[in-house]
Structures are given as C-alpha cells and as structure tokens.
Design a protein around this ligand. Structure first.
Ligand SMILES: [Mg+2]
Length: 350
C-alpha cells in the first residue's frame, strides 16, 4: 500500500522530475562561469559553492510552493557560504537569473536566502514523520568543480523510508534524470527532455570469465585502489575499476556502467543520509541488490546520518551477497564496531 508521503507527492512526480532536470541543467550552465570566489571551504574540509546554495534555494522554494514547507533534511544552511560576501553575491546573481525571488535582510537580521535554505528544516529521527524531504543540491561538489561526477539528489522519506526519489545525473549516459517511486520501478529521461523509459539493472549472474566492474573514488589513493580491486576479486572475478564519487556511483550501477558500488562507514559517525537515500530507492526499484554488510536494510530514519549501518552496498549481476560478506569480514579484521539497522529483518547473505 502506498505510504502517506507517497500519496502526497504522487501526482506531482512528473513536475518534480522536471524541476530536478531544470536544476541540474542550470547547475551545468552555472559551472561554466563559476568564479573562484564562489567556491568556499567548509569547516569539515569539504567544499561548497554558490551554486550548491542557490540550487537548494531554488528546489526548496518550489517544493514549498507545491506542498507547503514539509519537514526537510538538507545539506546546506546559513553557515555554508555565510560570512563570504562574494560567494553570497554570486548566489544572488544566480537566483535572480533563474527567476527565484528571495527577500533581502529581514527584521531579525536573516536574509531571504537563509530563510529559503532553512524551509522546513528539522534535525532528528524521521520514523514518525509521514513526509520528509532529503536534499543534497549538489552531491559531489568537488567533482562539480573538477568536471567530474556530481548530482542533485532529492528523496522523500515516509516514516523514515525512502518512497520517492529524483536525482539529476549530468554525467551519466549523456545526462539523465532518474526517478523512482516505491513499488513502481525506476525511470529515467534525458536531461534535455524527451521520453521517460524504465531503467532496469541486470540481475543475471555474471559469468566466471567476465570482469566485475567496481566503482572507486575519482581521486582514489593507492591503498583505496588496492582495496577496491581486492574486494572485487573476492567475488572470484577479475576486477576493473570505474571511477566516480557521489550518488553517481550508484547511478553507474543502475545505468549498467558498473556492477558494484559501495560506501563503507568504518569507525566514522555514519554517512550522511542525503548522500544515499535517493540512490537506495532508485537502485532497488531498478532491480539492484541494496543492503548493508549483514544483508540488512539501509535505515534512513535516524536523522542526518545513517547511524545504524556499516555500509551501503549496491550491486548488479547477483554480486551483492558476496560483496557484503567480504566487507563484513574486512570490518571484522579492521576492528570496526558493527551496527545493526533497526529494520534489519532478514539476512540476505544467501
Ligand atoms: Mg552537497
């Protein structure tokens, strides 16, 4: 049965798909003339640009117009480019050129941009919320700057479970927007517009003499490269690496450009939900194996981070269980603390 969140947005899914396609195309355009001062370092060592912030404002403003300000977990906030007047000025220029109206400074000192960035903002678990947006306006900002892979990613959680997702993938198959609704499959269309067709992951077993293609980071260190190759070879196949970061790594599996993509938590605080939620649904609806190292579910209900999971694994060609086993063994050998998802009901090591 469709969830409350699903029913709320269902009729507007084609419009949301158009919105995310437009947002992606605008970012492609904005990238061509991105001034150095519009790129800002974040306290955590990552980067953000005026385009990330402007895109979040564009998307949240439009969603609020359609649905009201639903609870939202989004990556950017007023600290992203706050205190960087040149980046903020560029953000304003972008929004104006995109026809997005935001106010100036209001009585309490916040700006229209701040207010739009924080629309519906919540911080905490989502398992009791019927409909909650999860937005990363640009996943893979470093890739965006470098001309590598990046993607605007939007998911809707209903009681903590992704039920709708729309991601723009400008670098995959000539540029496509992918969408999925729980139980209704994964669909895509060219970013330039055109027909919507169904995306299906190959699930027939990879023959022994074929190479397994595993996604590795674009700027993989030698040890990361070695580890990815070893994980790939643990399936009994030769291994070739495909380079991508961000949710585009899962996009590669959905598009048939790679067989396996994964993200390990290690002893960190848990991956950000906005870096995975949409792809979890897109990949599963396309027929991929999606799960944790114990074969359990990816629990997106815990708030900003996936605190209940050790890894997000996405695989085609029947490779999921073998990859999960190998990563579980690596966690054990490396002394990684093991987490179990709340909804982990069945072990799928098979
Ligand atoms: Mg981002």
């Amino acid at each position: 049965m469709p969830s409350a969140g699903q029913l709320l947005v269902r009729d507007r899914l084609p419009a949301i798909m158009e919105l995310m396609a437009r947002a992606t195309n605008l970012a492609v355009e904005a990238r061509r003339t991105l001034p150095a001062e519009a790129i800002v370092g974040k306290p955590d060592g990552s980067v953000v640009t005026a385009v990330d912030v402007a895109l979040q404002v564009l998307i949240l403003t439009q969603l609020a117009e359609w649905f009201g300000a639903l609870p939202t977990i989004a990556e950017e906030d007023s600290a992203s480019i706050g205190g960087k007047p040149a980046a903020l000025a560029h953000c304003r220029v972008l929004l104006e050129s995109w026809g997005v109206r935001v106010g100036g400074k209001s009585e309490n000192g916040s700006t229209g941009i701040d207010e739009a960035l924080h629309l519906g903002r919540i911080d905490g678990p989502t398992h009791d919320i019927d409909a909650c947006w999860v937005l990363d306006p640009i996943d893979g900002t470093q890739g965006f700057i470098d001309g590598d892979h990046w993607c605007p990613c939007l998911a809707l959680l209903s009681r903590g479970t992704p039920v709708c997702a729309v991601n723009g993938f400008p670098t995959i198959l000539g540029g496509r927007v992918f969408t999925a609704e729980a139980g209704a499959g994964c669909w895509w269309m060219p970013l330039s517009g055109g027909e919507v067709s169904q995306a299906k992951v190959r699930t027939d077993t990879l023959p022994p003499d074929e190479v397994v293609r595993v996604v590795a980071p674009a700027r993989a260190t030698p040890s990361q490269t070695e580890a990815r190759l070893a994980v790939g070879r643990s399936t009994g196949h030769d291994c070739a690496l495909v380079h991508s970061d961000s949710q585009a790594k899962y996009g590669h599996v959905i598009a048939g450009l790679a067989d396996v993509a994964y993200s390990r938590r290690g002893n960190g605080p848990g991956k950000y939900v906005w870096d995975h939620a949409g792809a979890v649904l897109l990949a599963r609806e396309a027929g991929a194996w999606v799960g944790d190292t114990d074969g359990g579910e990816i629990d997106c209900s815990r708030g900003r981070r996936l605190v209940a999971n050790n890894a997000v694994i996405c695989a085609a060609r029947g490779l999921g269980p073998a990859i999960a086993r190998e990563l579980a063994e690596r966690d054990r050998v490396e002394g990684v603390r093991v987490h179990h998802a709340r909804c982990s009901t069945e072990l799928r090591h098979g």
